[in-house]
Design a protein around this ligand. Structure first.
Ligand code: FE2
Length: 413
């Protein structure tokens, strides 16, 4: 396959990209097509590495309104409603909904997904189902699973045993939810436990960390210290960290030194953070998102996730990272021209970094041919115009092909 005349990641000069045996084999200003080679004319089009959703909950997806809608919009009511829905889970139920969500994500150019899976369930039904899904979709989508203790590790019966069982069943990462544990002491103990478990079982770490508008919620400093002192470093991700949006500046200044030393990744979830955040405020009402701009400026890896697709925490969502990005740029005041132009990194390379897949991700000769072609010449235009994903190519095979819609506009202005 040969992609002709494409703008690679906003470059003004176009290049040709040759794909053979599932890999990018040559990237150069001009490459001649060989006989019978499939040629894609990508004149005035944009080539990006595929979108990454490094934080979603595929076990709960598509359950919004079942058994009830979350009318208060709080995280805690979401957990309560999910706890009821969880009792009725079956393997088929989870697999059907998860695949429905993945199909939507794929249509929107996503090829790499990290899903948290609730393991505060004595039967681990959702995890067993999603392990099957991970295997069944692996030729087209790289799916990572996180053992996520939705109702706590220390604060849920047999929480530690369930986490260990989940690790042995074959998750990719160990999760946590320190801000939901009964006490600060439980929060610290849960972090010590889960990092040790990850080390013992050779897993990554991705913790729902300080997802609360409480400036006293400071599990992040413990997680970052553990990442630093164990040497796990960039194998560790702190998701949400919304409390950082409420920390005072003196404490945050001190915290950033540790964050930089620790090399941990951050994932913000702009759609869901703004939905769940500020729910206990009257006015002024907080934005609910962590300090994305400051993390970026400090050279810390930060990515965006979608988090929820039509579930008890978020009644909307369609598997489109451009929605999460659009919201995140507004809420994070990332609205400089260069911020917007380069913002694709928040939903591509930075997410790949958090997922620890950078060794086989990116548009480089020798790497697997995973990419998307957007129907515009640069990302500023593509984001504003919500340009189509003309092609999503995975391991050199066309995974999705989109025909642009044709509009007849008779405006006479
Ligand atoms: Fe989440």
């Amino acid at each position: 396959m040969l992609i002709k005349n494409v703008h690679i990641q906003n470059e003004s000069e176009t290049k040709d990209v040759k794909i053979e045996d599932g890999k990018f084999v040559k990237i150069a200003p001009t490459i001649e097509a060989s006989e019978n080679e499939q040629v894609i004319d990508a004149t005035d089009k944009l080539l990006l590495p595929p979108f990454v959703d490094p934080h979603v909950h595929l076990d709960a997806t598509m359950t919004a309104g079942d058994p009830e809608w979350n009318q208060t919009g709080t995280l805690f009511d979401g957990i309560r409603i999910w706890s009821e829905r969880k009792k009725t889970l079956t393997i088929d139920d989870v697999k059907t909904r998860a695949k429905q969500a993945i199909k939507t994500q794929v249509a929107n150019g996503i090829q790499f997904v990290r899903s948290h899976v609730d393991v505060t369930d004595p039967n681990l039904t959702a995890l067993k189902a999603l392990i099957e899904v991970r295997e069944e979709v692996k030729d087209q989508v790289e799916l990572q699973l996180v053992a996520f203790p939705q109702e706590g590790i220390l604060s849920f019966p047999n929480g530690k045993e369930l986490m260990t069982e989940a690790a042995d069943l074959g998750v990719d990462a160990i999760g946590g939810i320190p801000h939901f544990e009964f006490t600060r002491e439980y929060a610290v103990e849960s972090l010590n436990f889960l990092v040790k478990l990850a080390q013992q079982k050779n897993k990554l770490v991705d913790v729902h960390c300080d997802e609360i508008d409480d400036p006293q919620s400071r599990s992040l400093e413990t997680l970052a210290t553990l990442a630093l002192e164990t040497g796990m470093g960039d194998k560790v991700t702190a998701s949400h960290t919304t409390a950082m949006g409420s920390y005072n500046d003196a404490y945050t200044y001190k915290l950033f030194r540790l964050l930089k030393m620790s090399h941990i990744n951050f994932i913000a979830n702009p759609l869901v953070n703004t939905n769940l955040g500020g729910r206990f405020d009257t006015y002024p009402k907080r934005r609910g998102m962590t300090r994305v701009k400051e993390l970026k400026e400090a050279g810390i890896n930060v990515a965006f996730g979608e988090d929820d697709i039509k579930d008890p925490w978020y009644p909307m969502g369609n598997g489109n990272m451009l929605d999460a990005l659009h919201m995140g740029l507004h809420v994070g005041h990332l609205m400089g021209y260069d911020d917007i132009m380069n913002s694709y990194q928040l939903v591509t390379t930075n997410g790949a970094g958090a997922m620890h897949v950078s060794d086989h991700y990116g548009i480089e000769e020798g790497k697997p041919a995973n990419c998307i072609i957007m129907n515009n010449d640069n990302f500023y235009n593509a984001l504003n115009e919500r340009s189509e994903i003309l092609y999503s190519i995975h391991n050199g095979e066309v995974l999705v092909e989109t025909t642009p819609k044709k509009v007849t506009n008779n405006f006479k202005g």
